[in-house]
Design a protein around this ligand. Structure first.
Ligand code: NAD
Length: 251
């Protein structure tokens, strides 16, 4: 496909799971991809896996989304390299540090909020500034929230709070950026098979699967397909939305 030809996408958390599948799907549709992650080897592997259309250029950078300084440096490199800011941003970097409420320590709470919520804020703010100042008119910001943030999940008081926060952030950005031609939407994945969910015990997997109307776990590509839609002009009247991609798990 070439729905995204000529577009430049910045993806955080692009070394693994959903982020990697997003990079692959956007590249398949003709976009140039800037793959970023804490894990630079994984980011390089993602970059090597991307399909190349004519005039495409894929790059990767080490980026901790919790560091405003690193974000500025990466954006400077992007402007030098591509002579334009990204018009697609996908915030996929995220972590879990599960503990029941009673046992949750402040450090684990803060760390998850720092990466998932503040990281999404910092990257979104920095990229949005460029989108506005460089007059990008088909901007699309896509944030990975979670079904956990909607219905809660045992042991995820920190994670669920961070993801519900991402939804509020998304709706506010959608309102503020609409007049600049920039849309902002959230995706709420259900249970997707990635390294993040690898540690879940077999017993729990069986229980969860029974609750999924479509009868299967999600694949990273299930999420990447919806990201591709939200990145493209096919969704040009969609902003501030939270789209559940969960096989019906949380209706
Ligand atoms: P994953 O663990 O496979 O990938 C996450 C990536 O983020 C990793 O490559 C990791 O190195 C990177 N990362 C972690 N901290 C970072 C930081 N500070 N800066 C930059 N990169 C960092 O996880 P995934 O399953 O692909 O999840 C992607 C997103 O989707 C996350 O935001 C996650 O919360 C969300 N999500 C996943 C599921 C699921 O079932 N897998 C469900 C709902 C939401």
């Amino acid at each position: 496909g070439s729905v995204l030809s000529g577009r430049l996408a910045l993806v955080t958390g692009g070394a693994s799971g959903i982020g990697r599948a997003v990079c692959q799907a956007l590249a398949t549709e003709g976009a140039s991809i800037v793959v970023t992650d804490l894990n630079i080897e994984g980011a390089q592997d993602t970059t090597d896996s991307l399909s190349k259309h004519a005039n495409n250029k894929h790059m990767n950078y080490s980026l901790d989304v919790a560091s405003g300084e690193e974000i500025q440096k990466v954006l400077e490199c992007i402007i030098n390299e591509y002579k334009k800011p990204p018009c697609i941003l996908v915030n996929s970097a995220g972590i879990t540090k599960d503990e029941f409420l009673i046992k949750m320590d402040e450090k684990k709470f803060d760390k998850v909020i720092e990466v998932n919520l503040k990281g999404t804020f910092l990257v979104t703010q920095a990229v949005a500034k460029l989108m506005v100042s460089q007059r990008v008119t088909n901007g699309s910001i896509i944030n990975l929230a979670s079904i956990s943030g909607k219905i809660g999940n045992l042991g995820q008081v920190n994670y669920a709070a961070s993801k519900a926060g991402v939804e509020g952030l998304t709706r506010t950005c959608a309102r503020e950026l609409a007049r600049f031609g920039v849309r902002c939407n959230a995706i709420l994945p259900g249970f997707i098979k990635t390294p993040m969910t690898d540690a879940v015990p077999e017993k729990v997997l069986e229980q969860v699967k029974k609750q999924i109307p479509l009868g299967r776990f999600g694949q990273p590509s299930d999420i990447a397909d919806v990201v591709t839609f939200l990145a493209s002009e096919r969704s040009s009247y969609v902003t501030g939305a939270s789209i559940e991609v969960a096989g019906g798990l949380a209706m």
